[in-house]
Ligand binder design. Structure first.
Ligand SMILES: [Zn+2]
Ligand SMILES: [Zn+2]
Ligand SMILES: [Zn+2]
Length: 475
């Protein structure tokens, strides 16, 4: 049975307006604004006839030159990665200290294992005998460490040698008191609160409409697909922006003694709040998601139906959690599906290198005699972490300018983090000299694959590549 979302029918007209692709002029104005305000000099976003939009060089670039640092519109750390890395909930910089990063990870890995493992929360010391060793029951074989050393790392009583060479900003609590999200600075905490977290916070200060529904929504997303968390951020940020615009407008009207905002004017404010998201190319998630390898082609329609059902389940929970009468069109299945589809088609992986990896590499590079001494302290931790010691921060994010870059199998640029790029911004570097006016392209896939394989992968993005390399190799 196909699920029916009542909001889809009730607000069909508004939804159609929200999903209408922006005009060339609107695209031009929006991106000119971003480029000026973010000072991304050297590039231009232009509407094109065949692809929608493209990014072009407005200056010359040499090979390896920085073309662009693109600030994400919204992003999330993958749920599974939250055990491995503690990062700022807004800029995704690593926070705390090397000791906290290592201790927290070892501790949480222990908690994530079956019951017979050490449970710090319920420990009263009475049965310490059984729990003397911190056991790891995950399938990966690990070395065991006494819980005391892990605790002393977590509360930073134990300082590891040379960790001061890798200073990290201290972790700032969420102002809503959820203890789920931490920040690198007061300004990041404030910015995230205003962007979306105030209505997605599960703490005392939360402005959500139902904390119970919110917790259920988050649990559902963690168990199914964390792209729902990103979609929730997108909708929340639009709602908050709408409220801000309306408040400013009411203030203005009061000053001029004009009647309060009318309802069709309210919708124009909602359209304005939605503008950043209107710029991304969209299709419904269940229509554009690639068919997984293990799903037979004959089951395609039931697979797509299941995906739609899943999105509906998630949306029902979200709707209760962040309900807003005046923003109801945003909580329709049609909009929800298109937002997730937009992420599916445009997102770039969010990656931030781990300072823990740098730390152990530094120790490994010490002169032999000194290394031996230091190694005695650090080795047990490195062994306990195992191969995972270098896991970086991983997530997914929507980058406004990067998402306008078209694909080429012989691209002019690439997304690549340099040593100094330590936060969630996308870094785009030139792969070869780029002339002024030339298009800046990146590869969405591994461009070294064979022609047929490349075309098959690009079909998931909804196009057939006609780049110079593909034209030449087309049999
Ligand atoms: Zn930050
Ligand atoms: Zn919070
Ligand atoms: Zn190609």
């Amino acid at each position: 049975m196909e699920v029916v979302c009542p909001i889809d029918a009730q607000f069909a007209e508004q939804i159609a307006l929200l999903l209408e692709p922006p005009s060339s002029l609107q695209v031009q104005e929006y991106f000119d604004d971003i480029i000026t305000s973010k000072q991304c000099n050297g590039i231009q976003v232009k509407p094109t006839n065949d692809y929608g939009k493209g990014v072009y060089a407005d200056t010359e670039f040499e090979e390896e030159d920085l073309v662009l640092k693109d600030q994400m519109l919204i992003g999330v750390q993958h749920s599974s990665n939250k055990i491995d890395c503690l990062v700022c909930g807004y800029c995704f910089r690593f926070i705390g200290s090397i000791e906290l990063q290592i201790g927290r990870k070892l501790y949480l890995q222990g908690l994530g294992s079956p019951k017979d493992c050490f449970d710090l929360a319920s420990s009263d010391g009475s049965d310490m005998e059984d729990h003397q060793e911190f056991q790891h029951c995950s399938s990966r074989k690990r070395f065991q460490l006494p819980i005391e050393s892990i605790e002393s790392l977590m509360n930073e009583k134990l300082a590891l040698p040379y960790s001061n060479k890798f200073p990290l900003p201290s972790a700032i609590d969420c102002p809503g008191g959820c203890k789920e999200v931490y920040y690198c600075s007061k300004s990041c905490a404030q910015a995230d609160w205003e962007l979306c977290h105030s209505i997605l916070c599960t703490g005392e200060g939360s402005k959500s409409s139902s904390k119970k529904a919110l917790l259920k929504f988050i649990e559902h997303a963690n168990e199914t697909n964390d792209i729902f968390l990103l979609a929730a951020k997108a909708i929340s940020s639009t709602i908050l922006k709408y409220r801000k615009l309306k408040a400013a407008c009411n203030k203005e009207k009061e000053k001029n003694k004009i009647a309060q905002v009318l309802s069709n004017h309210k919708f124009s404010l909602l359209l304005k709040a939605w503008k950043p998201l209107s710029m991304g190319y969209k299709r419904r998630w269940w229509d554009c998601i690639a068919l997984p390898d293990d799903v037979d082609i004959s089951d395609e329609s039931s697979f797509r139906m299941q995906i739609r059902q899943l999105a509906f389940e998630s949306l029902e929970l979200l709707k209760k959690a962040i309900f807003d009468e005046e923003c109801l069109p945003l909580l329709s299945l049609e909009i929800y599906g298109h937002i997730i589809g937009m992420f599916e088609l445009n997102n770039l992986d969010l990656v931030v290198a781990s300072p823990v990896e740098d730390y152990f590499l530094y120790i490994d590079d010490l002169p032999e005699a000194e290394k031996k001494e230091v190694d005695e302290i650090t080795r047990p931790f490195l062994d306990a972490l195992g191969e995972d010691y270098s896991v970086c921060c991983q997530g997914t994010a929507f980058f406004p300018i990067q998402s306008c870059m078209n694909h080429s199998c012989c691209p002019t640029a690439k997304a690549f983090k340099r040593d100094e790029d330590r936060d969630g911004q996308a870094t785009i570097l030139a792969c070869r000299p780029i002339k002024k006016g030339e298009e800046i392209t990146i590869s969405y896939i591994d461009e070294d694959l064979q022609f047929e394989e490349r075309q098959a992968l690009l079909a998931d993005y909804g196009f057939r590549c006609k780049c110079p390399k593909c034209i030449q190799e087309d049999p």
